[in-house]
Every structure is written in structure tokens, then in C-alpha cells.
Design a protein around this ligand. Structure first.
Ligand code: GDD
Ligand code: MG
Length: 359
């Protein structure tokens, strides 16, 4: 039985205010909490037991996912009292695994949407007889990630988390946030204190001569840490650009959850999702956006690449582009917001108060 650890304890600071009440992995993308897609993809690749390593807002995961049986999985929850970092979380989650010392354990960051062939990664791990196998992807600007240069055989040469100095940027290959660990390697991570797998464990393993194997993969890949990438991921899931068995509907230009009301004459494009009990008035145009449950989009509003929080209201003729509206916030009529502007939960913007606010 293949087992996995899903790291879901981060604070999701870059997605605030939506992550003030909901941890990032539970924010809905294409109609379901984001990690439902990761769990479904793992299930499809033969994973049967997943340990959720929780910390921030830990209490919200279990009421939704329960014992996992509704998702065809066994789910176990391991909660850190104080956040232990990525390495500490992997180490403490491992106590709940049954995989023997030489066996493979998958580990996933809880904010990655990817078309990675998980079975293929396991096969490459076995073939390389590696201590740890890392999924790598190429990005145009690697500075916000873990840099992972490899040799011609895929052997990892170094691991530099979020390089600061220009001379450290020696490759465009980055850590894509999925690993296969040999179980006994996890057991070498210290307990009882925070450990970063990126800053401590991987560099430490490399300097002790361990074999870290990198698998560079060109399939779909996105880190959902920022609002722009979160809405992009949701839209791509809705449109079927990347497939997930957990999307509650067929691929298309938009997805309506049960109980969503959209008036004739409203235009929903670009993979927009409209949540349960949400309302979109006639003449509103919503493109590539996430409208969460119970939100109201009034007549003539134009919304692009934005997230509209639960129960929030966007007034008539208001234009939003690349904006996050917090839960239960109200933006009055005739406002224009763009470029990363964020409206805090529960706040109210009067009519015609803001024009082209940049964050
Ligand atoms: N349980 C637990 N405890 N989980 C944690 C903790 C913790 O203390 N800290 C972070 N996590 C989880 C987050 O919830 C997330 O799913 C994952 O670990 C990675 O944390 P992020 O905060 O999203 O890290 P990042 O995006 O800056 O960088 C990581 O991902 C990049 C790829 O997207 C690193 O792994 C980079 O090396 C990598 O390139
Ligand atoms: Mg991340």
C-alpha cells in the first residue's frame, strides 16, 4: 500500500485575507477545498493512506474530510502544537505510517497543482535506488523557490532554498514540492524542534553523501501561494487544462455549484466558478475568477482574475482585476480596483470611492 504525507500546516500569509479563517489548503479551487484535488490525484495513482500534517487552523480539516472513506482513502491527522516546519512536520507525520524502513513514502506540499505522473516518480525513485527523489520543474524566475541543480544522471548537486545572491542562481530547475523519501531517511530528521526540509534536511543529506535524485518534469505545475496563481489554478481546473477527478462538473468555461444563481445576461468565462448560494446579476461579466459561497455580484460588475470571498458583495458597475475581496466585505457601486488590491474581511467600501487602487 502506497502512503503519503500532505503538508498543510502553513499560514498561507500571501493569500490573506482569505486564509484568516480558512487554511490555504482548504480554500476552494474549482468548487472544492484545494487539497481535494491533490487527494484525488494521489488516490488515482494508487495511494491509499494519507497523513495530513496540520498546524495552522488544524481543526477545520477533519470535519470536511473525516476518515477519508468518501474519497477512497484512509486519512490520518497529525497536528503539531507549535509549527515544526516542513521537515519537522514530515518527521512527526511519519509516526502514523506503516511503510517499512526501506519502503517509499510520498510527501507533497499542500499548495501545488500539477499533472505530475506520481506512479512514474515512484518508479524513478526505485530505479535510482535513491534516498530521496525530488520532483523538479523549470520556471522563468526561480528566486522564490528551492534551486536544485542536477548532473546528467539526475543526481542532485545542491539545494539552495530561496537564493538571495545572484551567483547562487545556477539553474532554472526548482523543487516542485513532491518527494519520495525512503522511510528510514525520514526517521533521521530530528524531533521536538522546527526543521526545514529545504534549508536543513536536504543540504545535510547532500553533505553526508546521500543520493538525492531529481526528476525534471514538464507537466502542468503551479504553486498556489499567491492570489494570482490561486485563481489561475482554479480556472485551469474548471477548463480542464489540468485534470482532477475532484472537480464537481465537466470541463467548461464556467462551473456553477448547486444553489448558485446566475441571471440571464450575465457572462461567465475563463473558468470562473460560482459557489453555492452565490448570485450573479444580469449584465455582470466574470472572467477567470473564484466567486465563493453566498457572494453577490451586482448588475454590470466586471470582474477578472479575482477572488470574491464568502458572502461578499460587489456593487453595480464595479470593476475588479486581480483583486481579493475578503469574506463578507462589501464593495459599493462604481469602484475600480486592480493589481493585487485586497479588501479585508467584513469591511465596506462606499460607492465610487476607489479608482485604480494598486496594492
Ligand atoms: N504541518 C506543517 N507545519 N506544514 C507546513 C509548515 C509547518 O510548520 N510550514 C509549511 N508547511 C506546509 C505549507 O502548508 C505548504 O503546503 C508547504 O509546507 C510548503 O510551504 P510554503 O510556505 O508554501 O513554502 P514555499 O511555497 O515558500 O516553498 C516551498 O515550495 C516551493 C514550491 O512551491 C519549498 O518547498 C520550495 O523549495 C519549493 O520550491
Ligand atoms: Mg508554497
Amino acid at each position: 500500500m502506497t502512503e503519503a504525507v500532505l503538508l498543510v500546516g502553513g499560514k498561507g500569509t500571501r493569500l490573506r485575507p482569505l486564509t484568516l479563517n480558512t487554511p490555504k489548503p482548504m480554500v476552494p479551487a474549482a468548487g472544492v477545498p484545494f487539497i481535494a484535488h491533490q487527494l484525488a490525484r494521489a488516490r488515482a495513482a494508487g495511494v491509499r493512506h494519507v497523513v495530513l500534517a496540520t498546524s495552522y487552523l488544524a481543526e477545520v480539516f477533519e470535519p470536511y474530510f473525516g476518515d477519508g472513506s468518501a474519497h477512497g482513502l484512509r486519512l490520518t491527522y497529525v497536528t503539531e502544537k507549535e509549527p515544526l516546519g516542513t521537515g519537522g512536520a514530515i518527521r512527526s507525520a511519519a509516526d502514523a505510517l506503516t511503510t517499512g524502513p526501506g519502503g517509499p513514502v510520498l510527501v507533497f506540499n499542500g499548495d501545488i497543482l500539477t499533472g505530475l505522473d506520481i506512479r512514474g516518480l515512484l518508479r524513478r525513485h526505485e530505479r535510482a535506488q535513491a534516498d530521496v527523489t525530488l520532483h523538479l520543474t523549470r520556471v522563468a524566475d526561480p528566486r522564490a523557490f528551492g534551486l536544485v541543480p542536477t548532473d546528467a544522471d539526475g543526481r542532485v548537486l545542491a539545494f539552495t532554498e530561496k537564493p538571495r545572491r545572484p551567483e547562487e542562481i545556477v539553474t532554472d530547475q526548482i523543487n516542485a514540492g513532491a518527494y519520495v523519501f525512503r522511510r528510514d531517511v525520514i526517521d533521521t530528521i530530528p524531533t521536538g524542534r522546527p526543521v526545514s526540509v529545504e534549508r536543513e534536511t536536504f543540504p545535510g543529506l547532500l553533505s553526508s553523501g546521500a543520493l538525492l535524485h531529481g526528476v525534471v518534469d514538464a507537466s502542468y505545475w503551479l504553486d498556489l501561494g499567491r492570489p494570482a496563481s490561486f485563481v489561475q489554478a482554479s480556472a485551469d481546473l474548471v477548463r480542464g487544462v489540468v485534470r482532477s477527478p475532484a472537480v464537481p462538473g465537466e470541463p467548461g468555461e464556467h462551473l456553477l455549484l448547486p444553489g448558485a444563481r446566475v441571471e440571464p445576461g450575465a457572462v461567465l468565462t475563463g473558468g470562473t466558478v460560482v459557489g453555492a448560494g452565490a448570485y450573479v446579476a444580469a449584465g455582470a461579466e466574470v472572467d477567470g475568477s473564484v466567486v465563493l459561497d453566498g457572494a453577490r455580484i451586482e448588475a454590470g460588475a466586471r470582474i477578472r482574475a479575482s477572488m470574491i470571498g464568502q458572502g461578499a458583495r460587489v456593487g453595480p458597475r464595479t470593476a475588479l482585476d486581480g483583486v481579493v475581496i475578503g469574506d463578507h466585505a462589501e464593495v459599493g457601486a462604481d469602484n475600480e480596483l486592480c493589481d493585487g488590491a485586497r479588501i479585508w474581511c467584513g469591511t465596506a467600501i462606499p460607492d465610487a470611492a476607489i479608482r485604480f487602487s494598486a496594492a
